[in-house]
Write a protein that binds this ligand. Structure first.
Ligand code: MG
Ligand code: ZN
Length: 143
């Protein structure tokens, strides 16, 4: 019997790298990783940058990890950036959430079942088969 791999949430540094790579695809966005040093302010978020001239701060958390809650200090820093600094702030567990925080909607293709023409699916890849008619072929349309 094949051993099932334990499903672990990705490490935060991988999520951070994915978010940075994704945000760099968008024009008008500059994003930086904030490196924690003794010179830094404790509790400041993991990512910062600007979107069309507006400052943003994003705290990155691993999905489902026990330590994925904001600390009181992190909560206070996000509040400070938002209320006192007027920045866009949010907590992201993946690239899609970071895009949502910045109001950037990812344009994923829409797939339509060529069997029943009644089932649509939004995503990078077509589904395996149509849940309505069982057909395996889909037409791709731009979002
Ligand atoms: Mg973090
Ligand atoms: Zn169908």
């Amino acid at each position: 019997m094949r051993q099932m791999p334990r499903k672990q949430p990705p490490l935060e540094k991988f999520i951070v790298a994915q978010i940075v790579a994704e945000l760099r695809k968008y024009p008008g966005v500059v994003v930086r990783k904030r490196h924690g040093t003794v010179m830094g302010k404790a509790g400041d978020p993991d990512l910062y940058g600007t979107i069309r001239g507006k400052h943003f701060e994003i705290e990155v958390k691993r999905p489902g990890a026990p330590c994925s809650q904001l600390t009181p200090l992190q909560t206070e820093r996000l509040r400070e950036w938002r209320i006192e600094g007027g920045a866009i702030v949010g907590v992201a567990h993946n690239a899609a959430e970071a895009l949502a925080i910045l109001g950037l909607v990812k344009h994923e293709p829409v797939w339509t079942c060529t069997g029943c023409h009644n089932y649509c699916w939004r995503g990078e890849e077509a589904p395996e088969r149509c849940p309505l008619c069982g057909h395996r072929h889909f037409d791709r349309e731009a979002a």
